[in-house]
Design a protein around this ligand. Structure first.
Ligand code: IMP
Length: 178
């Protein structure tokens, strides 16, 4: 079993790159059918969703715009319970079809804060695509509309996800070893 060490913690590989890419391709096909004639704005949440967003838009072969936002709530292994908005939302979301791209929906705190702020601009529609959904951890009512992978693993890294800034560059997904 392949393991890696980030800072003081050991992680083991649980989802290889090929499976992740396959799941994103499937998700891309679903999203493609829904958005091909809507010229959506794909809004990627930094930092964690940048690799997922890059992979996902390779499957969207129609006119679309790309933009970024940076909200975060995690410190180390725990959700901070407080949202830090370190990059504001774009201001042109009114009357547009918005696809918000998240790395992971865990408690749902970040997602619910983002949804609330985006809805203030009155978009034509707003849906959420996430690489990882942890349904058992959800504490808020907002759920993603599309998810590539569902898991119950407590803490994972890789494919854009980090532990204290390390691990984003791992090509596969790893979980914390107990
Ligand atoms: P939420 O607000 O609790 O849903 O958490 C969302 C954010 O916390 C994500 O966008 C990630 O940046 C981070 N996060 C949540 N769970 C994990 C995890 O298992 N590994 C790494 N980051 C995570």
């Amino acid at each position: 079993m392949e393991t890696i060490v980030l800072h003081e913690l050991e992680f083991q590989k649980i989802i290889p790159e090929a499976i992740i890419l396959e799941s994103i391709q499937k998700l891309g096909n679903t999203i493609r059918k829904e958005y091909y004639n809507l010229n959506p704005i794909v809004l990627v949440v930094l930092n964690g969703a940048f690799i997922f967003g890059a992979e996902l838009i390779k499957h969207l072969d129609f006119p679309m715009e790309l933009d970024f936002v940076r909200y975060r709530s995690y410190k180390g292994l725990e959700s901070g319970g407080e949202i830090i908005k370190s990059m504001a939302l774009p201001s042109n979301l009114s009357q547009r079809h918005i696809l918000l791209v998240e790395d992971i929906v865990d408690t749902g705190l970040t997602l619910s804060a983002l949804k609330k702020d985006i809805e203030l601009q009155k978009p034509a529609s707003l849906k959420i695509a996430t690489l990882i959904f942890k349904p058992l951890a959800l504490k808020y009512s907002e759920k993603p509309d599309f998810s590539a992978i569902e898991t119950s693993n407590p803490f994972i890294v890789g494919f854009g996800l980090d532990y204290k800034h390390l691990g984003r560059n791992l090509r596969s997904i790893y979980q914390l070893k107990d």
